[in-house]
Write a protein that binds this ligand. Structure first.
Ligand SMILES: *Cc1c(COP(=O)(O)O)cnc(C)c1O
Length: 456
């Protein structure tokens, strides 16, 4: 039985899911609604329509339909790089000498190098369908901007990307990939927006943050007719699109009668994790099966493990809606020596509610340990992982080593969200022993919590 499982479980094109799975439909306690920052009332579809595409607003607010059909045009694009392989990590298992069975779902097999393309193509499709001219967005490490540039060029849409300044400077190649796909890329904070000029005046010389870049992108989308803002993580609609990861994973495992004991994913804003776990969490919520579900985050940006479950802004400029989530405070900017990605201060409201209600666990890991795991994985499994993905690798290895100690042959599934070719500066730091771990102090976090909006 064991021997029959191939190194790679591929589904064929016809097995690509026809519908995304909307986890919220099965949640007994729904995530708290987004609030209008002015009135503190739940945001209506009309208010959201000014920022986001209409179809995406409907998806954002949909808590009742468990399945939402994937339009044929999106499925056609998916077919160019999906279904993605589910790989049995035989070589890693052997090296660890563990009885555990390790699988990873690999999402890095497209030019953008990550799972973000799954949502980018959906968002671009709905923008096109609405007859818009273009979209604006922010990007941190650059994966989302790259994915969105690809998606926009496919549908002939203009794409304006605000890229966190430190990344813009450290990752010129990312920027050029985006420009290859026709996007315009501006380092954030910039003097091209009102909010950017304000942030620059308050924090001269800042390297920027995702929160700043979001504020700028939203401003540009709301002042330019024919433009809307799109976001690559955190939102319900993004988790919905990413459910394709989990649906494929479950279909592949079901083919071989494999039931995972634990499912592990890295968590920045929560989209890959939310997508990977969606159908498994659905079973758990409906009482049909039980799984350990583990979110992994950086110790330098520990939203789940040390954050507050509270209403907060999604951006630094405090112009975005308020979301009830695990947050470090919208003013929190991870230490500049943090190179491992996953730098957003908040977390998906859906995952926050599930974590709050005890359906999932979270752990934080230090970046030197993350890069150790990345290197170990690259050497035996061949794939050079993104630092973000390596957070999940770290905990998968740790859990497999525990199995070795207890002699339990647990089945571990983790999300390998992307490749790390554009992160070689971080790898270089690691190899030169120049990488350090910065863990924020309780005082630093408290100072940030003190500035949470008084809605809670
Ligand atoms: C963006 C990104 C993440 C984190 O984002 P989530 O929304 O938490 O999934 C993880 N891995 C890679 C490769 C990414 O590009």
């Amino acid at each position: 039985m064991e021997q029959q499982i191939p190194y790679k479980i591929y589904l064929d094109e016809t097995e690509l899911p026809n519908a995304w799975y909307n986890l919220r439909a099965d949640m007994p306690v729904k995530p708290a609604p987004l609030l209008n920052p002015g009135t503190l009332q739940p945001l209506t579809a009309q208010e959201l329509d000014g920022i986001f595409c209409e179809a995406l607003v409907a998806q954002e607010l949909n808590e009742t339909d468990a399945y939402i059909p994937i339009p044929a045009e999106i499925r056609d694009f998916y077919k160019m790089y999906r279904p993605s392989p589910l790989v049995r990590a035989y070589c890693l298992e052997k090296q660890l000498g563990t009885p555990a069975k390790i699988y990873y779902k690999f999402e890095g097999n497209n030019t953008s190098g990550s799972h973000k393309l799954n949502s980018a193509i959906a968002q671009a499709y709905y923008a096109k369908e609405q007859g818009l001219k273009g979209v604006t967005t922010e990007t941190g490490a650059g994966q989302w901007g790259t994915a969105l540039s690809m998606a926009c060029s496919y549908f002939g849409l203009d794409c304006k990307v605000f890229m966190v300044k430190v990344s813009y400077e450290q990752k010129p190649f990312r920027r050029e990939v985006m420009r290859t796909y026709g996007a315009s890329v501006v380092p954030s904070p910039s003097d091209t927006t009102e909010v950017g000029r304000k942030i620059l005046a308050e924090h001269p010389g800042t390297g920027g943050s995702l929160g700043c870049a979001i504020s700028e992108a939203v401003e540009v989308a709301t002042v330019n007719p024919g433009y809307r803002y799109v976001l690559g993580s955190v939102l319900n609609q993004v988790l919905l699109h990413q459910s394709v990861i989990g649906l494929e994973t479950k279909a592949a495992l079901d083919k071989y009668g494999v039931k995972p004991d634990m499912i592990i994913g890295c968590a920045g804003g929560g989209s890959n994790l939310g997508g990977l776990i969606a159908p498994f969490m659905g079973e758990k919520l409906r009482g049909e099966a039980d799984y350990r579900i583990i979110a992994v985050e950086p110790a330098s940006c520990p939203s789940f493990t040390r954050g507050r479950f509270a209403y907060d802004f999604c951006d630094t400029g405090m112009i975005c809606p308020l979301a009830k989530m695990y947050t470090l405070g919208s003013g929190f900017i991870p230490s500049p020596n943090h190179a491992g990605g996953l730098r957003f201060h908040g977390m998906s409201t859906t995952l926050s509610q599930l974590y709050h209600d005890g359906y999932m666990e979270a752990v934080s890991v230090e970046q030197t340990k993350v890069f150790e795991a990345a290197e170990q994985f690259a050497r035996v499994e061949g794939i050079l992982p993104a630092p973000e993905s390596a957070h999940a690798i770290r905990v998968a290895i740790d859990e497999a080593v525990k199995c070795k100690e207890t002699g339990e042959a647990k089945t571990i599934v983790f999300g390998l969200t992307g490749t790390g070719y554009f992160d070689m500066v971080a790898y270089q730091k690691f190899h030169e022993g120049a990488m350090s771990d910065y863990i924020p102090t309780d005082e630093e976090l408290q100072a940030s919590f003190d500035r949470l909006p008084r809605v809670n």
